[in-house]
Design a protein around this ligand. Structure first.
Ligand code: NDP
Length: 311
């Protein structure tokens, strides 16, 4: 097993940016892409707020560009999932990473950019109809609900984006917001309220997803009036936030109660030498492509400095 200088886990904006910087610094990084190369942005339709794209760009195209840029400087991409990490506690120690339960790699630095995954409500009926009407990705699955009625849950920017996207395809979209206001930015809320076939149901919670072989209705509770009702719909889309993908680092790296990795102030350093974290795996506040990319750059610079101090 040969030892490499820098191994990057994750292929979202944070991982690819770390790869661009690490490869330009001649660290010859290897990047493990995970099951969804490009990460969460590959499920986003229009990215309008990433500087450098004045007319906007689709998430998948932007991530292809990120990958090409990292490859141009020599990053080696591996399509696989990290299944085990054995992190060394000593300065200059080698970390051992297992990929797909088979291949092992030794590395002097690890950059963690594993991102976050969509949350679900945790209902039994939601699990039962997963892929049969229940989805957490409108861009991936919206097509299957063309001209049908669907329900979206959530009140943030994701929910606003998913609901307006679905409204272009579907007959009618109901947006269930559990409070009496939305958390989404003003511009996104404006789009929601201006969309004719999109109805926002404030103070509504999901009780159950109903159906036979596939979803055909959603049982909801109107919290203010304490009344239950059924909404006829074939699609049920979750847009209620994300959880960090950090389980494999449990008991080795410091994390908060939700699982976000803790980094030292003004850096990407974790509690272990040579292990750096960036992107949504360590950011519960900003969670933007641009902030993830910025923190990926920080992680690569921190890794490079760490390696040069070892010499
Ligand atoms: P957020 O955490 O911002 O919002 C989650 C929403 O889901 C909240 O409205 C929350 O309700 C609701 N929610 C959480 N749990 C439940 C539940 N059990 N039942 C019902 N509703 C629930 O997550 P987002 O994914 O929307 O956004 C994450 C970040 O990504 C944000 O910073 C956002 O700005 C950004 N983003 C930006 C986009 C863009 O600019 N194009 C697009 C998408 C996301 P409550 O408010 O009551 O807590």
């Amino acid at each position: 097993m040969k030892t490499i200088e820098c191994l990057i886990i994750g292929s979202g904006p944070a991982g690819y940016t770390a790869a661009i910087y690490a490869s330009r610094a001649d660290l010859k990084p290897v990047l493990i892409q995970g099951l969804q190369p490009g990460g969460q942005l590959t499920t986003t339709n229009d990215v309008e707020n990433y500087p450098g794209y004045p007319s906007g760009v689709t998430g998948p195209i932007m991530m292809e560009d990120f990958q090409k840029q990292a490859e141009r400087f020599g990053t080696e991409m591996i399509f696989g999932t990290v299944t085990k990490v054995e992190l060394n506690q000593k300065q200059g120690g080698e970390h051992i990473i297992t990929i797909d339960d088979k291949e092992k790699m030794k590395t002097k630095t690890v950059i963690i950019a594993t991102g976050a995954s969509a949350k679900y409500l945790g209902l039994e009926s939601e699990k039962k109809f997963m892929g049969l009407g229940v989805s957490a990705c409108a861009v991936c699955d919206g097509f299957f609900f063309k001209n049908k009625d669907v329900v979206v849950v959530g009140g943030g920017d994701s929910a606003a984006e998913e609901a307006t996207y679905l409204a272009k395809l579907c007959n009618k979209v109901y947006l269930l917001v559990r409070k009496d206001s939305m958390r989404a930015s003003q511009i996104m809320q404006k789009r929601v309220f201006e969309t004719k076939n999109l109805e926002v149901l404030f103070n509504h919670e999901t009780i159950e997803v109903l159906g036979d072989e596939k979803v055909n209705a959603i049982k909801v509770l109107d919290i203010k009036n304490n009344k239950e009702k059924e909404i006829s719909a074939n699609g049920f889309f979750l847009a209620i936030g994300h959880s960090p993908n950090t389980q494999i680092f449990k008991n080795q790296l410091e994390m908060d109660e939700v699982g976000y990795l803790i980094t030292k102030a003004d850096s990407s350093k974790t509690n272990l030498p040579g292990v750096f974290a960036c992107g949504d795996a360590q950011d519960s506040i900003y969670r933007q492509a641009i902030t993830a990319a910025g923190s990926g750059c920080m992680a690569a610079l921190d890794a490079e400095r760490y390696l040069s101090e070892l010499i």
